[in-house]
Write a protein that binds this ligand. Structure first.
Ligand code: F6P
Length: 342
């Protein structure tokens, strides 16, 4: 048995733990693993690096992915899917494990449906927005990074009696913003799932100031929507048609300063949220997903994605796992709401 492993889309802490888990299971069953470099680009070109327990046993603490990543979409250019299949046969591979988000797994699902391609998916994203899995690895590390950043921003914000607006990633789901706001006792949070109520936010900041709180922290998800008059449009798109988000924090800071008269600054945490070593939780979740993805390969149970359900790792059909974004549920939003009353 010879398998290819690839990591596609935005990188995320815990990817190396998954790779290590898969390689271990394949090795335990007498197989060989190759790392396809830079996502689907490596599956097209055949660029690879050999993987075995000796060179993957100590990668668990590293952030990012030792295989590199890209947002290459083999369904974009005509002929690329055929090229990918030809490369797969030329390399004498028996299966591919694709570790990625909605886009990478969407390609995996199409390859399975259209060509019965022997493929297994493993969900990853700091955004935590994939349906069919209770949580994605990378999310825990990410919210800890944001929480740590807010703890640091709090001291300078308080010294200067300012409001600090912290813009987080997460695309069109507010998981990172909501969880990091809750863990940091932020004064207000703006998420894509709820209407942005600027009046309420500004009134709250003003009344808290009047009652003696000397500073304010507002967390804004990059995907939250302001009305057209405030929006800065970023039209850059990737191979999958995703619009590049970012910049809303600055607009929100201007609005707060104008409406409240309180000096306000903004910080966009950006790619810091994906960097550095994975948390213990993400190392363990990544390792478990890798082990189960490896087992599915050994069983030739293709067209599946490994997923976390409760505390179990289960296999779900790839087709069911993609397409639907998992947004913040109403229960957590209501809990969050309790802290935004006057
Ligand atoms: O999907 C993960 C993510 O980090 C999003 O939160 C963010 O909008 C996007 O990727 C950034 O992508 P890039 O690394 O291409 O700038």
């Amino acid at each position: 048995m010879k398998i290819g492993i690839l990591t596609g889309g935005g990188d995320c802490p815990g990817l190396n733990a998954v790779i290590r888990g898969i390689v271990r299971i394949v090795h335990n069953n007498g197989g060989q693993s190759l790392g396809l470099l830079e996502g689907w680009r490596g599956a097209l070109s055949g660029d690879f690096t050999p993987l075995h327990p000796e060179n993957t046993d100590d990668i668990i603490f590293k952030g990012g992915t030792i295989l590199g990543s890209s947002r290459t979409n083999p369904y974009k250019e005509p002929g690329d899917v055929e090229k990918l299949i030809a490369t797969f046969h030329r390399m004498d591979l028996d299966a591919i494990v694709a570790i990625g988000g909605d886009d990478t797994l969407g390609v995996a699902s199409k390859l399975f449906n259209d060509h019965q391609f022997p493929i297994i998916g493993c969900p990853k994203t700091i955004d935590n927005d994939l349906s069919s899995t209770d949580q994605t690895f990378g999310f825990d590390t990410s919210i800890n990074i944001v929480m740590d950043a807010i703890d640091k921003l709090r001291t300078t914000t308080e010294s200067h009696r300012r409001v600090m607006v912290v813009e987080t990633m997460g695309r069109h789901a507010g998981w990172i913003a909501c969880y990091s706001a809750l863990s940091s006792a932020a004064d207000f949070v703006l998420v894509p799932e709820a209407d942005v109520d600027l009046d309420r936010m500004c009134n709250l900041l003003k009344s808290r100031r009047e009652r003696g709180k000397q500073y304010g922290i507002v967390v804004v998800s990059e995907g939250a929507k302001l009305s057209d008059e405030y929006v800065t449009l970023h039209l850059e798109k990737d191979d999958f048609g995703n619009v590049q988000l970012g910049g809303i924090g600055e607009s929100v800071a201007k609005i707060i300063e104008e409406r409240t008269g309180i000096e306000t600054r903004s910080v966009t945490l950006g790619h810091l949220q994906r960097g550095g070593a994975p948390s213990a939780y993400d190392r363990i979740l990544g390792t478990r997903l890798g082990i189960h993805a490896g087992r599915l390969v050994v069983e030739k149970n293709f067209g599946k994605m490994v997923a976390l359900r409760g505390t179990d790792i289960v296999a779900v059909p790839l087709a069911d796992a993609i397409g639907e974004m998992k947004t913040l549920d109403s229960a957590i939003m209501q809990e969050m709401e309790e802290f935004y009353h006057d």
